[in-house]
Design a protein around this ligand. Structure first.
Ligand SMILES: [Zn+2]
Ligand SMILES: [Zn+2]
Length: 68
């Protein structure tokens, strides 16, 4: 699903996460931002994240993930 399609789906209130349940481990709330590709394991927390959420970004507003 490309970003434009996803944005339209979100606006329409549809569930857009069904393809995203596996792969990126970010919380469902942020899953709309997932690139959906390039999923890799974080060496620190051992969860899997897409390219967008892979960088460590504790407390950041955009991208990355909280990594402890
Ligand atoms: Zn993601
Ligand atoms: Zn991590």
């Amino acid at each position: 699903m490309d970003p434009a399609t996803m944005a339209a789906a979100i606006q329409a209130g549809q569930v857009v996460f069904k393809e995203r349940q596996e792969g990126c481990c970010t919380s469902p709330w942020f899953r709309a931002s997932c690139t959906g590709s390039g999923v890799a394991e974080c060496k620190k927390c051992h969860f899997y994240y897409c390219k967008y959420h892979y960088p460590v970004n504790n407390g950041g507003l955009q991208g990355g993930h909280n990594c402890n």
